[in-house]
Write a protein that binds this ligand. Structure first.
Ligand code: 5GP
Length: 115
């Protein structure tokens, strides 16, 4: 069964897409935690950060390229932003399809939230 994010890639579920290439898609998070909250997703179902393999390097490069272009387009590159990947239960991962959260648009404060 395909992941939620593959359903977005395949346009089976709507999303506010801000960037797309052959290997990567990026869209606004449905529950934003900052004024800018974009998810950058490879068009390959890599479940978690633990599952990345050497052959996935092109996807990773494309994801970092996407971050650079999206943050420039959204005019948050200069002030800065945060990129997060949650992994498994302690990381609070909910969707098991690798993704980067780009958070920005304001000063983000402490890196780890209080429990
Ligand atoms: P995780 O917790 O796995 O690192 O992050 C999953 C993210 O996906 C969450 O921030 C959540 O708000 C977002 N999300 C969950 N369902 C949807 C959806 O249907 N559409 C969009 N755009 N984001 C979603």
């Amino acid at each position: 069964m395909s992941t939620l994010f593959t359903k977005i890639i395949n346009r089976e579920i709507p999303a506010s897409i801000v960037y797309e290439t052959e290997k990567v898609i990026a869209f606004n998070d449905i529950n934003p935690q900052a004024p800018v909250h974009v998810l950058v997703v490879p068009k390959k179902e890599i479940p978690t950060l633990n599952d990345i393999e050497a052959k996935d390097c092109e996807y990773l490069m494309e994801m970092y390229k996407a971050i650079k272009e999206i943050t420039k387009d959204l005019k948050i590159a200069e002030d800065g932003y945060r990129v997060i990947t949650n992994c498994n239960s302690h990381g609070g991962q909910e969707v098991f399809h690798l993704h980067f959260h780009i958070l920005g648009g304001e000063a983000l404060g402490s890196m780890v939230s209080s429990k």
